[in-house]
Ligand binder design. Structure first.
Ligand code: ZN
Length: 376
């Protein structure tokens, strides 16, 4: 006969196991990858073809490739360097789901820091997911992740991160930041290996123009901005003027020469590509924000930011309209399009022509969901 204590101990154990199971279901679901449904003409490769060690590490990620009927250069687009900057990776997703290449080639990595999509930034209380309704009534969801490579693939972090080629030292946590890891190292940390694989892609594929899509807090000075390497300054100036004529203000920032490890610096110095970083304003990652939920991510409307704006503390225009995600994604795509067109004027041999990219006005008026493909 089983004693009473034993019975209640077993019952408690079963209860604890049930709670663990319930909690782990949600936890494990966070590791599932967001799906992308490419437009006709794309083929899928993996980043590990540029560094086989990435295979099976949680760092490997899809590269979508489309070649046009006419010969030209290659455009490379990296989304999701920082998975807590949704306009960056959603613009890359919309490219994969809508682009039709006429001339040259388009290569898109929507989820650059793939492991960063499997967790959140600690103590930021950000939502786990964003949901979009499509025109056919179906829903698509995307993760809202962390800026850093996951601690599950990179742990522990050093107290001080030394960027090897320059000897520059940064806080240890920056060792998990893909955008401090370039030019990378095939035998280095996971982030350095990831950085190296991206540099290898740029070199081997002879990429002509490359984009890294980001967002930042509205109180950060480099926002609604194009950061350009000196190789691309003329192109960026021409594109910024074209955008201004369309009513889209983008400030132009030169990539500082002594700020090492960043895409707009190292891609330009170490490969034949002309790199640009595009930055939109995302109140849901800002320091002044209040409650951080899906609504804030999508509307970008927060009363503390309204107050900050009235005090002249923001670097972008901000009013009751907030900073909607539709506007930020439209801005990313319009800026990328303007830069590709300007580049193709300056460098006709390596020019690229891409059709089907949703326009700024269209994304704002019809919403992101209209441009996502149904998985049905
Ligand atoms: Zn970023």
């Amino acid at each position: 006969m089983m004693g009473k204590e034993r019975r209640s101990a077993l019952l408690m154990l079963a209860l604890a196991a049930a709670v663990c199971l319930w909690a782990s279901r949600d936890f494990l679901a966070m590791r599932e990858r967001d799906r992308v449904f490419p437009a006709p003409g794309f083929r899928v490769e993996m980043l590990s073809s540029y560094l086989p060690d990435l295979k099976g590490t949680g760092m490997d990620t899809e590269v979508y490739v489309q070649e046009g009927p006419e010969k030209g250069g290659t455009v490379f687009v990296l989304g999701g360097t920082h998975p807590n900057e949704p306009a960056g990776y959603l613009a890359a997703v919309l490219l994969v789901e809508n682009a039709k290449v006429r001339r040259g080639r388009l290569m898109v990595v929507p989820f650059g820091n793939a492991s960063g999509f499997t967790h959140n930034q600690p103590q930021e209380a950000s939502p786990n997911r964003l949901t979009f309704q499509l025109d056919d009534g179906s829903m698509r969801t995307f993760r809202y992740g962390s800026r850093d490579v996951s601690p599950l693939v990179m742990w522990p972090v050093p107290d001080v991160y030394v960027h090897k080629p320059s000897g520059q030292s940064l806080s240890g946590n920056e060792s998990r930041n893909l955008n401090r890891s370039y030019p990378g190292d095939p035998d280095g940390s996971p982030a350095e290996r990831l950085g190296f694989a991206i540099m290898e892609l740029l070199r081997r594929e002879e990429v002509s123009v490359a984009f890294d899509l980001h967002e930042a807090s509205p109180e950060y000075p480099v926002v609604d901005a194009i950061v350009a390497h000196e190789k691309g300054m003329e192109v960026a100036a021409a594109a910024a003027m074209d955008l201004k004529l369309e009513g889209i203000e983008m400030r132009l920032e030169p990539s500082p020469k002594n700020l090492r490890g960043l895409s707009h610096r190292e891609w330009g110095d170490g490969t034949g590509a002309v790199p640009f970083l595009i930055e939109t304003a995302n109140p849901s990652q800002g320091r002044l924000r209040g409650r951080t939920d899906e609504r804030l991510v999508k509307t970008g409307l927060d009363k503390a930011y309204l107050k900050a704006s009235s005090l002249g503390r923001l670097f972008v225009p901000y009013d009751q309209g907030g900073k909607p995600l539709d506007e930020r994604v439209g801005r990313q795509l319009a800026t990328l399009s303007a830069l590709v067109s300007a580049f193709s004027m300056f460098d006709q041999d390596r020019g690229v022509e891409i059709r089907g990219i949703p326009s700024y006005q269209d994304v704002m008026s019809r919403g992101i969901g209209h441009f996502l493909r149904s998985g049905r």
